[in-house]
Ligand binder design. Structure first.
Ligand SMILES: *Cc1c(COP(=O)(O)O)cnc(C)c1O
Length: 456
């Protein structure tokens, strides 16, 4: 089909939605490093993990070989409430930038939770329900994951306890209320309801919390309450697996119109949307079928890839979770109260970390004032009010498109637009008043928390 026939939005038919998730690990020559038991430093066994996660998810977590996992019909039906999501050709942005580049974005914000996180929330809630559990616990940063999980749990009739990073709980009261609409029990973290929360409050009084703290609390409650398991919205292999639905739909839509991206860009907090978006493309790259440039975009305030080290570390501040080998700033690193709450995590998915270490993808870090500038430019031409997290990818895509303007190259740029920013208007207000600052950790800040990493 010729170029000018490409519509503004490519919607697949429901029948064209993927029936299986794709497990990128199956095509990796260097597999991601296994999770380790922090006590013995041996790989976590399925039995050990099943105290924390439900059984089916443990299988998915540990399986580095099976390329496809069938998506259960119930999950596929739920997906149909908000999927397939559109692949948008950003004609208006291209025109505004005056670039010869062709820009596409996969928009995952078209559901009440406002982000891609629902793709994994429904899967994790489904397997918990199937195992006969009563409920799940989790952490949430900006609130997108907590909202997604609340929606999934209420749909399936599961109890949902959410530990929400305190500064977001205060900055984003509306998201907290949305979670309550869906019946979740929401506690600001660190809290005095857990042992680990009380310990963190003692060491860092007045802290606004972090994803790492909230994870520790949620895990403690899950492992000490009968009939509960813990679920996590990012970082884990299983989450990247579920999020492959983003990339698979994108690939199907692009193949239909004969489009091949040159550059694929995504924001990276724990790595799940980027891991999901790139999965079928990275699969081709790993199998030597095609090459793509892949770029992770992270905030300068929490630069795990660009300034962290590739080492074993705890996923949580309280040091109760297994050790993961990943690019990390150290689990004791507490990032500034940057407005892209979903990107405030000290580590990164083990899968993406291994790919990055192998030179198969790149990473850049960007400042939040530049991010909001790009977000606003984008909103004015493309109409969508983007989430601050997603706007990191917008900025990087715009920068790539502007490079094409200089060189005259007609590259095809694909980026993930992970969500909407309706609950981030306090941040937009700060930006408009000129009160937004860029807090960038010093080398010493990072060194200090890296020095506290476990010796493995
Ligand atoms: C959570 C979130 C992210 C970052 O998480 P990843 O696991 O890195 O994808 C990005 N965008 C939005 C809108 C989010 O809610």
């Amino acid at each position: 089909m010729s170029e000018n026939k490409i519509p503004y939005k490519i919607y697949l038919e429901e029948s064209e939605m993927p029936k299986s998730w794709y497990n990128l690990r199956a095509d990796m020559k260097n597999k991601p490093a296994p999770l380790l038991n922090p006590g013995t430093l041996q790989p976590m066994t399925a039995e050990e993990l099943s105290g924390v996660f439900c059984e089916e998810l443990v299988k998915q977590e540990l399986d580095n070989d099976t390329p496809y996992f069938e998506i259960p019909t119930e999950i596929r039906d739920f997906y149909k409430m908000y999927r397939p999501s559109p692949l948008v050709r950003a004609y208006c942005l291209e025109e505004k930038l005056g670039t010869p580049a062709k820009i596409y974005y996969k928009f995952e914000g078209n559901n009440t939770s406002g982000s891609h996180k629902l793709n994994s929330a429904i899967a994790q809630a489904y397997y918990a329900k199937n195992q006969g559990l009563k409920g799940v616990t989790t952490e949430t940063g900006a609130g997108q994951w907590g909202t997604a999980l609340s929606m999934a749990c209420s749909y399936l009739g599961l109890d949902c306890k959410v530990y929400m990073v305190k500064c977001s709980y205060e900055q984003k009261p509306f998201r907290r209320e949305v979670m309550k609409v869906y019946g979740a029990d929401v506690t600001p973290s660190p809290s005095d309801t857990t042992k680990v929360g009380r310990r963190i409050l003692e060491e860092f009084p007045g802290t606004g919390g972090s994803l790492g703290c909230a994870i520790s609390e949620a895990v403690e409650v899950a492992t000490s309450t009968e009939g509960y398991r813990y679920v996590l919205g990012s970082v884990l292999n299983q989450v990247l697996l579920h999020q492959s639905v983003i990339g698979l739909e994108t690939k199907t839509a692009m193949d239909k119109y004969g489009i091949t991206p040159d550059v694929i860009i995504g924001c990276a907090g724990g790595g799940s949307n980027l891991g999901g978006l790139i999965s079928p493309f990275m699969g081709e790259k790993l199998r030597g079928e095609r090459d793509y440039r892949i770029i992770a975009v992270e905030p300068a305030s929490c630069p795990s890839f660009t300034r962290g080290e590739y080492r074993y570390d705890f996923c949580d501040t309280g040091m109760v979770c297994p050790l993961a080998k990943m690019y990390t700033l150290g689990s004791s690193f507490i990032p500034s109260a940057d407005h892209a709450g979903g990107l405030r995590f000290h580590g990164m998915s083990s899968v993406l970390s291994q790919l990055y270490a192998d030179g198969l993808m790149e990473a850049v870090s960007v400042k939040q004032t530049d991010v909001f500038k790009a977000a606003e430019e984008f909103a004015r031409v493309e109409g969508i009010l983007p989430a601050p997290e997603s706007s990191h990818a917008i900025l990087a895509a715009v920068n790539e498109a502007l490079k094409c303007k200089e060189t005259g190259e007609e590259k095809t740029i694909l980026f993930g637009l992970t969500g909407t920013g309706y609950f981030d208007l306090v941040a937009y207000e700060k930006f408009h008043k000129g009160e937004m600052v860029n807090t960038i950790p010093t080398d010493e800040d990072i060194r200090k928390s890296l020095d506290r990493l476990p010796k493995v």
